[in-house]
Design a protein. Structure first.
Length: 164
């Protein structure tokens, strides 16, 4: 074979090879197909068949599942590769339940100590609720209330307390 006949064959083979490597699926169509399989909170960008995933999910398993779903779309769907930039959101902090002292005997002992500076005040404890009666000066009400609330009862009932 002469060189003149060989050159057109090489050009034709090169053209076929280059066109077969390029995806025939437009990026907008690829993006639409990918968006159909990703979870909310994940955004999709596509450039020349390369899919980039961004956003946030709740767990590593969710992140892996989204990536696997996109990779399952393979080259026939126009996906050449996947870049996974998805972040895993930190779980919300767990707020411990407020500590409540419902042991009446324990509360009663602590109430006696907390009210020792208030001789005109009487207290009783039942089912974790401190009931306050008697009289007190207006300036001392807040201090008494705080002292009793610091004992962590279910409730501090001061409705029968007379304030002077």
């Amino acid at each position: 074979m002469t060189i003149k006949k060989f050159i057109p064959v090489l050009l034709l083979a090169g053209t076929v090879a280059l066109t077969s490597c390029k995806s025939n699926v437009p990026d907008a169509e690829v993006k639409s197909k990918v968006e159909a399989v990703v979870t909310p909170g994940v955004t999709v960008d596509v450039k020349d068949g390369v899919v980039t995933l961004n956003g946030s999910v709740n767990s590593d398993a969710d992140k892996a599942a989204v990536e696997a779903a996109v990779k399952a779309l393979d080259a026939k769907e126009g996906v050449k590769s996947v870049t996974n930039n998805i972040t895993v959101a930190a779980p919300p902090p767990v707020t411990p339940a407020p500590e409540i002292n419902t042991v009446d005997a324990d509360l009663q002992a602590k109430v006696v100590d907390a009210t020792k500076d208030f001789p005109t005040v009487q207290t009783s404890v039942k089912d974790g609720i401190i009931t306050v009666t008697g009289e007190i000066e207006k300036a001392k009400v807040t201090k008494l209330k705080q002292s009793l609330d610091n004992l962590k009862p279910k409730k501090t009932d001061m409705s029968a307390l007379k304030v002077k």
